[in-house]
Unconditional design. Structure first.
Length: 687
């Protein structure tokens, strides 16, 4: 037995001593353990054999236990050190991964934007004849490109959040304003969806204390996610107050989620099965970004869902307290960059420019923003060279636009009830891009914001925080464009008023000459009316936007008198006009329609006909109609006349009149005609 023990110890010594010489960590503790344990065995054997009378003290046994403890401690320290090294390596690898994602996102952005731009250029090129299938494919290509751009933005945001690069610029915000703006953004981008949006946030809901840019991102991601998984049904946005916080609910009737998905829905790179949605699966970062942004605001986000019954996401945000509201004016000025050092420099530059451009007419600018501080600040930046009027809502802005001629509209995007996108679309129903430029102010410069703004009809955009020099420069460029268009329209009106046909002039002069021999009295009357006609045709009032209706009717009377003398019984005139009229019409509007009816309607018939000028006084407007029983027109001829892109000079008068009426009053000419039975042209003048 002893031989077996000593053989074992010899083997252990022979294996451990070389390991100690090689410097293996922990080998020395094993050697000391074997030594102490061997000594313990020797002393125990000697004692049992009565070979020694020395008392037995188990120091060697205690030493062997201590060596085992030191060995275990050494191994523990090694493992801890190894874990730290691996942790450091993983952190470096994660940082490299984030850098790779960020660099890749930046590198992919340029070719992606080029791809989208080429596809959109092909779609907008009217010279290219594309089949319906090719157009659908290009639309799909643009949509896929935009989806990829959203993915790149998410990659950049998740990287910034992980690196804690994102700093919040908080301020007092109207939650309804943000929700309506984001809703319109998605409405323009997801036109093929038949989902009904509803907002159930009362107008009295208190302000939230949040970063506008990031709040838009939170609401956009949640609404876009709801729309993505809802094929039909509804999406409802509501809010309530809870423990001093605003709690926002976004409820959809989409496909819902199971318990397994609910546990990981806010984790990065986790998403629902791509096979259940036709929109595209993305990479599962939108909700993870929302969670981190909400928590960065001091709130919480949660979700409730059942498969097939839809989902309800909710998140909380802090409400505005007194301490937050104290700095609101300063914060708003900072957002608009009022304190920027560029402002005083810019004012000095523009003041110097005023010496050279003082003769230029001051532009009339309408500023639309629901925040009174923003309206005041924007007015301060622009009032030196422009006449500024402000409106607090889209509805108020439309009232101003109907009543007055403007050179530029500057509108905030996020407004309650009617967002800047909706306001832009409404304005574009009356005015083209060149007739009334629109500049949008947006808290973000992401593709979805810019795309929605241009799609709704904006000329340009400025992202917040607004730089005073940039804003003034862009405003000047747009107002100069508007001024150039106004000058062109004035020249067109001047050309129109000077468009007295040579044969009409010569025929009238010949008629005057012939009457001088046979009827001097009629000649004198005709000469007087001809003078009135020429004087009113070249009156300086005709280059104004509106003239008194009496001025216009006197011109028509002189023209019809001359034509009646020329054609006698072939031209019959009826007047159905109230005794007292107090309104204004675009110059040469009624005259142009009457002249067209006489030359192209009545006189085309051998026997002639009649023309009736009728004005009806209604409660809210005047109905003005010119009716003749001439040759009439076919429907295609009417469409050709009303086509604003047509360049036929014979129709420029009617088209110009229709265009001016649309700009001023929102509605143009209404033409009703039947071949062989005559034509009626009518329009309305609001009181």
């Amino acid at each position: 037995m002893m031989l077996l023990y000593f053989s074992g110890f010899y083997f252990l010594f022979s294996q451990t001593i070389p390991a100690v010489r090689k410097g293996h960590s922990g080998a020395i503790f094993i050697l000391l353990f074997i030594t102490s344990y061997t000594l313990n065995m020797l002393w125990g054997t000697a004692g049992n054999a009565n070979l020694t009378n020395i008392p037995y003290y188990p120091f060697d046994f205690i030493m062997s236990i201590l060596m085992i403890a030191f060995l275990l401690l050494n191994k523990h320290m090694q493992i801890v050190q190894q874990n730290e090294e691996q942790k450091e390596q993983l952190q470096k690898a994660d940082k490299k991964k984030n850098e790779f994602l960020a660099n890749t996102s930046h590198e992919l952005r340029n070719p992606l934007q080029g791809m989208i731009s080429i596809a959109q250029t092909l779609l907008n090129d009217h010279k290219e004849v594309l089949s319906k299938k090719n157009k659908n494919d290009l639309h799909l290509l643009v949509r896929i490109g935009q989806q990829m751009n959203f993915v790149l933005n998410d990659l950049l945001d998740i990287t910034k959040l992980q690196e804690k690069y994102i700093q919040l610029n908080r301020g007092k915000l109207d939650l309804r304003t943000i929700v309506f703006g984001v809703h319109d953004m998605l409405r323009y981008m997801e036109k093929e969806k038949s989902v009904q949006f509803s907002v159930s946030i009362p107008s009295s809901f208190p302000m939230v204390y949040a970063d506008e840019n990031r709040l838009i991102q939170i609401v956009y991601n949640l609404l876009h996610n709801a729309l993505k998984y809802t094929y039909d049904g509804s999406i409802t946005i509501s809010a309530e107050q809870e423990n001093g916080m605003a709690k926002v609910f976004i409820k959809d009737t989409g496909i819902g989620m199971d318990e397994n998905m609910l546990k990981k829905v806010f984790l990065p790179y986790e998403q629902e099965d791509a096979s259940i949605t036709s929109i595209g699966s993305g990479i599962g970062l939108g909700l993870a970004i929302c969670k981190q942004l909400v928590e960065l605001h001091g709130g919480e986000i949660s979700v409730e869902s059942k498969p097939g019954e839809g989902s309800t996401f909710s998140f909380t945000l802090p409400l505005v307290h007194e301490r937050d509201a104290e700095n609101e004016v300063a914060a708003s000025e900072e957002i608009l960059n009022v304190s920027s050092p560029h402002l005083s420099t810019t004012n000095a530059i523009l003041t110097a420019q005023n010496i050279e451009t003082s003769h230029v007419q001051r532009a009339k600018i309408l500023i639309v923003d629901d925040d009174p501080v923003n309206r005041q600040v924007l007015s301060r930046i622009l009032m030196e060279e422009n006449d500024i009027i402000t409106a607090a809502s889209g509805k108020e802005a439309m009232d101003y636009i109907r009543k007055k001629d403007w050179d530029l509209v500057i509108s905030d995007v996020m407004m309650p009830n009617m967002s800047g996108y909706q306001l832009t679309a409404k304005i574009r129903q009356q005015f083209t891009l060149s007739e009334l430029p629109i500049l949008l102010l947006t808290a973000r410069n992401q593709l979805e914001d810019i795309y929605t703004g241009f799609q709704s009809g904006a000329n340009d955009y400025v992202s917040k925080p607004v730089d005073a020099l940039e804003l003034q420069t862009r405003v000047k460029a747009l107002t100069d464009l508007r001024q150039a268009v106004k000058e062109q329209l004035a020249m067109e009106a001047a050309w129109l008023q000077a468009q007295i046909k040579p044969h009409f002039l010569f025929n009238t002069l010949n008629l005057i000459a012939s009457l001088s021999e046979i009827d001097p009295g009629r000649m004198s009357q005709l000469l007087e009316e001809f003078g009135h006609y020429l004087r009113r045709s070249f009156d300086s009032q005709n280059i104004q936007t509106l003239v008194a209706i009496d001025h216009e009717l006197e011109l028509v009377r002189s023209y019809l008198y001359i034509e009646k003398v020329r054609f006698g019984e072939r031209l019959q005139v009826k007047w159905e006009i109230p005794e007292s009229l107090h309104t204004e019409v675009p110059p040469l509007s009624i005259q142009t329609i009457v002249e067209n009816a006489v030359n192209h309607g009545i006189l085309k018939r051998q026997e002639g006909g009649y023309i009736c000028i009728r004005i009806l006084d209604n409660d809210t407007h005047y109905d003005i109609s010119i009716t003749d029983n001439g040759v009439g027109m076919e429907e295609r001829h009417i469409q050709q006349i009303m086509n604003e892109s047509s360049h036929q000079l014979s129709q420029v008068g009617i088209r110009n009149t229709n265009k001016r009426l649309k700009q001023l009053f929102g509605t143009g000419l209404i033409i009703e005609s039947q071949t062989g039975r005559g034509t009626t042209v009518r329009f309305k003048i609001p009181k």
